[in-house]
Design a protein around this ligand. Structure first.
Ligand SMILES: Cc1cc2nc3c(=O)[nH]c(=O)nc-3n(C[C@H](O)[C@H](O)[C@H](O)COP(=O)(O)OP(=O)(O)OC[C@H]3O[C@@H](n4cnc5c(N)ncnc54)[C@H](O)[C@@H]3O)c2cc1C
Length: 468
């Protein structure tokens, strides 16, 4: 069968690979010019370097993403920098590092040895996590994270130092709005997991090089695993093609006029809603489309600073103390210089002979407040913030450039009660995929990959093969 995939984000690409693995052909249509969607490489003229559209991290518990990379012949151990779960502030006032012990002792020990919390706060934090584990990571339905924390008697200091940064980083939604049950899933996979599974993975390459770039070649290969060529099976990745028209009838699907057996719509929700709204009305179409139209989005900003020489911070990912009154919105400071292998960062332009520049990345999740201010004022304030917190002696090299990327629709707002559509749409030959489907995760990479793989499996096995 020939199946069209609309969108080359991590969900669409994961779906395309699975289609190929099941012996069918996938043609992927992508509006942008670089594969990866919301996790992709961009060229910064200001910094004369390839950077990501936003700094991303993964958890070692993101098993499907790691499995997919291995299936593409890639080695996650080489492509990620891995380290134990560590929350350490740049100003050294707060530090919590899970210990290399079996779960739950890894967290228990880490919390008890943490710096910046009192004994009562530590015991309260451990008690809340223990209760959640005993309840199999289930919270009462409909609670926000803030309500769950209040019910769990968490005081202001532990909320500010630990829970708030963790919630905003993991869900891109502040505790007052975020769904406690989704947060519990994140906790299960991070502080609740074994030492190995709770590790944090930071990409060593840009996000498109990590694996999305490999997919075009994989789809175009028309041979089977033993190298036998099957003519007519080659798929493709069509960049710069924004799909406008979608149609389906009982025997197939048309994507901008081209005929397919089926399609997976792996775009964001506004685009998916626009495409699916063109289809003939079928039973259950109205609530399905309605659910798709109810997503709100929250921005994430990333400020990438160029420094004259690598700062070589003691840790690649450090917490910043935020002060929105002073426009000091920075939440995390990433310094990849500790482990950077300069695979491709500086070079579509390698002819110039430039070496990769030293970069720092400041992440501002839930950037709604930041966006109400002038960008240059925020950059100046965040520059002061990182100098004061991560370079108080002024001994580190000077900052000599910056590039700001604000992703306005970075993730959906992960609020309680949000209805998330399932992969199989009411139209028999159309599935959807994306981090916004009912994955049980907030808007994260692993959710996107799982959604893409499941969409392809279910469309082919439950719908198309069942109909033959
Ligand atoms: C700044 C930032 C930081 C983040 N940090 C993290 C993190 O640390 N860890 C983590 O796990 N997650 C993080 N996320 C979330 C993660 O990036 C997303 O969950 C994931 O990339 C979503 O993938 P997707 O395939 O579902 O959607 P998308 O990546 O949005 O893919 C949809 C694709 O469809 C294309 N498209 C849309 N309409 C059409 C059309 N009509 N025709 C053709 N193509 C179309 C789009 O161009 C896009 O490429 C972050 C996101 C951002 C923006």
């Amino acid at each position: 069968m020939r199946i069209a995939v609309i969108g080359a984000g991590w969900a669409g690409l994961a779906a395309a690979v699975r289609i190929r693995q099941l012996g069918h052909t996938a043609d992927v249509f992508e509006a942008g010019l670089v594969p990866g969607g919301r996790a992709r490489r961009v060229w910064s003229r200001a910094l004369h370097a390839h950077i990501d559209n936003g700094q991303h991290i993964l958890l070692a518990a993101y098993t499907e993403t790691l499995a997919l990379m291995r299936e593409l012949g890639l080695d996650p151990e080489a492509l990620f920098y891995r380290e134990r779960l560590t929350l350490k502030s740049a100003d050294d006032l707060f530090s919590l590092r899970s210990l290399p012990l079996p779960a739950p002792l890894n967290l228990l020990g880490g919390v008890l040895l943490a710096r910046g919390l009192g004994l009562t706060e530590k015991l309260g934090l451990v008690a809340l996590c223990t209760r959640l584990r005993q309840r199999n990571w289930l919270t009462e339905p409909g609670l926000t994270v803030a309500q769950w924390l209040a019910n769990g008697s968490q005081g202001t200091r532990v909320v500010q130092a630990f829970w708030h940064p963790l919630c905003v980083a993991a869900m891109n939604t502040p505790p007052e709005e975020a769904c406690a049950q989704l947060f519990a899933h994140v906790l299960r996979d991070s502080i609740g997991a074994s030492t190995a599974a709770s590790g944090v993975l930071i990409p060593r390459t840009d996000l498109s090089t990590l694996w999305p770039d490999q997919v075009a070649h994989y789809l175009e290969k028309s041979g089977d695993a033993a190298g036998h060529v099957e003519h007519g099976l080659a798929g493709s990745l069509k960049l710069g093609h924004a799909v406008k028209a979608l149609y389906t009838d009982t025997s197939g699907v048309e994507v901008d006029g081209a005929r397919y057996d089926a399609a997976i719509v792996a775009t964001n929700t506004p685009s998916a809603h626009r495409l699916l709204s063109q289809l003939a009305v079928v039973p259950d179409a109205a609530p399905y489309l309605d659910a798709m139209s109810r997503f709100d989005f929250i921005p994430i900003a990333t400020i990438t600073f160029r420094v004259e020489q690598a700062w070589q911070l003691p840790h690649p990912m450090m917490l910043l103390r935020e002060d929105s009154e002073k426009l000091e919105f920075g939440q995390w400071l990433f310094d990849r210089s500790i482990y950077a292998r300069q695979t491709r960062t500086a070079t579509d332009d390698s002819s110039t002979g430039d070496s990769a520049p030293a970069l720092l990345h400041v992440v501002i999740s839930d950037a709604r407040a930041m966006m109400t201010h002038k960008q240059e004022e925020v950059v100046s304030a965040v520059t002061r913030q990182i100098q004061r917190q991560a370079n108080p002696s002024g001994a580190r090299a000077a900052i000599c450039g910056h590039h700001v990327i604000v992703e306005k629709r970075a993730t959906f707002a992960a609020r309680p009660g949000l209805i998330r559509p399932s992969n199989l749409s009411p139209w028999p030959r159309i599935a959807v995929a994306g981090d916004w489907t009912d994955t049980g995760y907030p808007g994260v990479l692993e959710g996107a990959v799982r959604s893409g793989r499941l969409a392809a499996d279910r469309l082919i096995k439950d719908r198309l093969c069942a109909a033959i």
